[in-house]
Ligand binder design. Structure first.
Ligand SMILES: [Zn+2]
Length: 303
């Protein structure tokens, strides 16, 4: 790799993008599609810095610094704020596109373009159909199926996957050398393969402490608690949806670890598998608004 993409995994995709950049005339529109929180938007931002910097993505010039701070005039970002992307945001883009450019390109970065409202998508389509001057569109999306085909057909698609667990572990260890092995493994389990989520967790000390607490609680419930004790312990958990979700993710990781530990003991292994299935069922039924306390009680009896 020529450039520092500051990303975990995605070797094939980054090689392709570097190849596109090496031509000196990259395509005018790319769409990065794949699971959320794996670094697609950050890669798009790096791509923007590479094409805008006069000095081969030097990290030190004012252009590089401004793009990093999202304040570069000719690099326009629409980050996903959690709601749908509105037509007003697109009007702002169109307005800024019409102004004179001081830079190599006008670059438009849009996060989660699949969350556009129909009006915003139509406004976007007009811009894509009639790009003015040297313009590059870099969009990310989780799902291709919700984007207008008239938009996707004008873009080069780059498909991203979650990094492998080896890539994730190596990448996180390099970024967070101070974090101990146990914590790292738990965070990887909780992140469900999403590197962005793992990084958020590792950067948040309070959250890390919560994970340690939860892990100890799980270990207690699994190894030494009586059924009566388990029943009282889960009452609080059932009232806190976020903590409950973390608990179930971490419990799943914990059970997988137990599964490795029980190889050679078929009966113990069968028990862990039963618990994994029960946990999966709890997750499934929680999404259907079944009472969390009842579900947890059933799970605790299965232990
Ligand atoms: Zn630079």
């Amino acid at each position: 790799m020529i450039y520092d993409w500051n990303s975990i995994g995605h070797t094939k995709q980054l090689s392709y993008l570097e190849q596109e950049l090496r031509t000196g005339t990259p395509h005018h529109a790319y769409l990065f599609v794949g699971p959320e929180k794996i670094g697609k938007f950050s890669i798009a931002k790096t791509f923007a810095s590479i094409v805008q910097c006069q000095n081969n993505y030097c990290h030190t010039c004012s252009t590089c610094a401004q793009i990093k701070k999202n304040s570069h005039l000719d690099t326009i970002l629409i980050a996903d704020d959690g709601s749908t992307i509105k037509v007003a945001a697109m009007r702002d883009v169109i307005d800024r596109l019409s102004r004179t450019s001081q830079s190599n390109y006008k670059v438009i970065l849009i996060e989660n373009v699949d969350r556009f409202t129909p009006e915003a998508a139509n406004a976007l389509l007009k811009t894509l159909e009639e790009p003015t001057g040297k313009t590059i569109f870099l969009f990310t999306a989780t799902y291709l199926r919700t984007i207008l085909p008239t938009i996707t057909s004008r873009m080069r698609l780059v498909h991203f996957q979650k990094p492998t667990s080896e890539e994730l572990e190596a990448g996180l260890r390099q970024r967070f050398p101070e974090v101990d092995e146990d914590t790292l493994i738990r965070v990887i389990g909780l992140s469900l393969g999403m590197s962005g989520r793992a990084i958020e967790l590792l950067e948040d000390q309070d959250h890390l402490l919560e994970i340690k607490d939860l892990y100890e609680e799980i270990n207690f419930l699994y190894t030494s608690a009586t059924t009566a004790k388990r029943m009282t312990q889960i009452q609080e958990l059932a009232k806190d949806p976020q903590r409950l979700r973390n608990f179930l993710d971490l419990f799943t990781t914990y059970l997988h670890q137990q599964l490795h530990g029980t190889s050679g003991d078929p009966a113990a292994q069968a028990h862990v598998i039963t618990l994994l299935e029960a946990t999966h069922r709890v997750n499934h039924l929680l999404e259907r608004n079944v009472n969390p306390r009842l579900l947890l009680e059933e799970l605790m009896i299965t232990i």
